[in-house]
Structure formats: structure tokens, C-alpha cells
Design a protein. Structure first.
Length: 375
């Protein structure tokens, strides 16, 4: 009986924490949408939202009201159940993945021993939602967008998982809290710079943002698999994108940047832990925003070739480096040196491939001066 009460209290506590997170997610989405519009507007020499509220602060709230009250349309020939369940197939796994993310040493929903495995497994399920949206809409443009999304997300999921596996090899655990605790005064980015860069690039592709926004390329497939969606269902796709961006940002902060630990070690109070996590997560989010405003879109062949010909081999190379260092008990600095050398090779080959493909952008002196004046 006592054991049952303890279990019930634990479950109730987890449900309350999950409910708080569920309430905060839409609010945070409104804030981050406003911030992204402002950041991109600044880079584009625009003001961004200014009309609704002071400095446009209420623009996100106005958009939320509009999307919730807008008519929800469905094509006559669309598959009803597939069409209507597709947004849930994308959003629900991402929300469930937040369960295993610790925000500080004490603020979390549930600490899982296999937390990394749980997050990776759930995040991959969103691919099904894109395919459902594309096929269920009975629209050729939506179908093309769904197929593109499936091909891209499946491809970049492999190096993304391998970069996380490199962390698990060094930490010898899949428990995220334990990984943060093991980093101490030296974040794992110091030992795994190549894995960190692969994680960021593959994360960009998982978010289908520039230069990997082929699934929703408006100039080609007029919105991708979401072209037939409107109102609240369309907003669920946007919610999934922004929550996924926050999820990847928090995960990267935890496993590569030390999470709530100080860069040089030492005890951190709860307020300090929250501040450190906020700063590191915001850095990731701002980087994703800057990439959206800075890089041109890749072609499908360039995107797939970059993953399978460059990113994936170097992800395996990081695994081999980790295996050699751990198997032969070499010093940790040897892992850093080999990982940095491999990262230099990856950046060189990426730059050479970009120049050969003609996707590099050389700004004029006038444009460079304008950007400099903004920054």
C-alpha cells in the first residue's frame, strides 16, 4: 500500500511537471517566433514586427488568435484520417522527447537511464508525419514535399545519431544527467569538435531550415507537405518545427557544452544552472536563426551528396577515433587532436565542394558595409 502511494506520488509529480512544460511550450513558441522575425529583420535591414503592441511584441499573440479562429479546410479528395492525423504524428513525438531532457540538475520531468536512446528514437518518428501529410493531401506538390522530407530526414538522421553515439562512447552512458556530470570542468566539445559540428549541421537538416529547406521550398513546391493545411493544423506543423529547434538546442547544450556546469567547473546554484542553460540554448537558437537568413538553398543532389559523401564518412571517422583512443587507453588530448584534424579536412572539402558547385556567395563591398553597420 505504501509502495503504491509512493508510485502514485511519483507519477503525479511527473504529470504535473509535464503539464507545466506543455503550457510553456506554446508561450515560448510565440516568443521565439517574434525573436526570429526581429533577428532576420535586423539582418535584412528591416524593422520586423512593429504594428501590434510595443515593438511588435503582441504580433505572435495576434497570429495565434488568427490561426485558432481561421477556417480549417480539407481537400475533398484527401484521405481524411491520414490528413488529419499527420500534424499529431509530428508534434506528439517531439513533445514526448522533452520528457527525458533535464533543464537543470533538479528541474526535469523524468530522468531516464537510456535518455539519449529515448530522444533519438522519438525524434525519428516525425518523419512518418511528413510522409502522411504529403500522401494524405492528394496534391502533387505536397507529395513531392513529403518525399523530399523523408529522403532528407532519413539521410541526415544517420550522422546526427552517430554524433550523439560519439558522446555516449566517451561518457560510457546514455543517461543525460550523468553525461553532464561527467563533463565537469571540460565540456565534451573540447574532445569531440568534429562530432559537435556534425551534430549542428545534421540538426539544421533535421529542422529543414536553410540551406536544407528543400521539403518546404516555397518557390518550388509552394510549401511542401503543408500546402493543403490551414488554421490550427498548419500551426501545429510550425509548433513542431520550433519545439524541435528548442529540443536540439537543449540537447546540444547538455551533451557538448556541459549543460548547467560552469565552463571551468565548480558548484552552481539552481538560479545559475537555469541561467547557464538559457544562455547556451539561446546561442544554439540564434545560430539556427542566422543560418536561415544567411545561406542559399541547396539543390536536392547537392544536399544528398553532402550527407552521404562527406558528412556520413566523417561521422564514422569520429567513431573510429573514439574507438582507438578508448581501446588503447590513449590520453584524451589525442582524441582532440585527431578530431580537430578531421574537422579541418571536413571544412576544406565542404568549401571545395561549394566552390565547385557554385553555391558560395561573395557579397559586394556595399552589401558588406551594410551588414557591418547592422552588426
Amino acid at each position: 500500500m505504501i509502495l503504491g502511494l509512493i508510485v502514485d506520488n511519483v507519477v503525479l509529480d511527473a504529470l504535473i511537471r509535464l503539464g507545466v512544460i506543455m503550457l510553456l511550450v506554446p508561450v515560448y513558441m510565440v516568443i521565439i517566433t517574434w525573436a526570429e522575425r526581429k533577428v532576420i529583420g535586423r539582418l535584412h535591414m528591416r524593422l520586423g514586427p512593429m504594428r501590434v503592441g510595443p515593438y511588435g511584441l503582441l504580433q505572435g499573440l495576434a497570429d495565434t488568435i488568427k490561426l485558432m479562429t481561421k477556417e480549417d479546410l480539407r481537400p475533398t479528395t484527401a484521405d481524411r484520417w491520414v490528413f488529419e492525423l499527420a500534424p499529431f504524428a509530428i508534434v506528439v513525438p517531439i513533445i514526448m522527447a522533452l520528457v527525458a531532457l533535464p533543464f537543470t540538475a533538479d528541474i526535469l520531468i523524468r530522468n531516464l537511464t537510456l535518455g539519449l536512446f529515448y530522444i533519438v528514437a522519438l525524434q525519428g518518428l516525425s518523419i512518418v508525419g511528413f510522409v502522411m501529410a504529403g500522401f494524405g493531401s492528394d496534391n502533387k506538390y505536397a507529395l513531392i514535399g513529403g518525399v523530399r522530407a523523408a529522403a532528407q530526414l532519413i539521410s541526415y538522421e544517420v550522422p546526427f545519431i552517430l554524433s550523439i553515439l560519439a558522446v555516449a562512447m566517451v561518457a560510457s552512458t546514455l543517461d543525460i544527467s550523468a553525461i553532464v556530470g561527467l563533463q565537469g570542468s571540460t565540456p565534451l566539445i573540447a574532445y569531440l569538435p568534429l562530432a559537435f559540428v556534425i551534430f549542428v549541421i545534421a540538426g539544421l537538416a533535421e529542422l529543414y531550415r536553410q540551406p536544407f529547406d528543400i521539403p518546404v521550398a516555397e518557390s518550388e513546391v509552394v510549401g511542401g507537405p503543408f500546402v493543403e493545411y490551414s488554421g490550427i493544423r498548419w500551426s501545429m506543423f510550425q509548433l513542431g518545427e520550433f519545439v524541435s529547434m528548442v529540443l536540439i538546442s537543449i540537447l546540444g547544450s547538455l551533451i557538448f557544452l556541459g549543460g548547467w556546469q560552469w565552463p571551468l567547473g565548480g558548484d552552481v546554484p539552481v538560479v545559475g544552472q537555469m541561467a547557464l542553460m538559457a544562455v547556451k540554448t539561446t546561442g544554439f537558437i540564434l545560430f539556427f536563426m542566422l543560418m536561415r537568413a544567411s545561406l542559399p538553398r541547396l539543390r536536392v543532389d547537392q544536399l544528398m551528396a553532402y550527407c552521404w559523401q562527406l558528412l556520413l564518412p566523417f561521422a564514422f571517422l569520429q567513431i573510429i577515433i573514439n574507438g582507438l583512443v578508448l581501446a588503447y587507453d590513449w590520453p584524451n588530448w589525442t582524441m582532440t587532436v585527431m578530431s580537430l584534424a578531421a574537422l579541418g579536412a571536413l571544412l576544406y572539402l565542404t568549401n571545395r565542394a561549394a566552390r565547385q558547385s557554385g553555391v558560395t556567395y561573395q557579397p559586394s563591398t556595399a552589401s558588406a558595409q551594410r551588414v557591418g553597420s547592422v552588426l
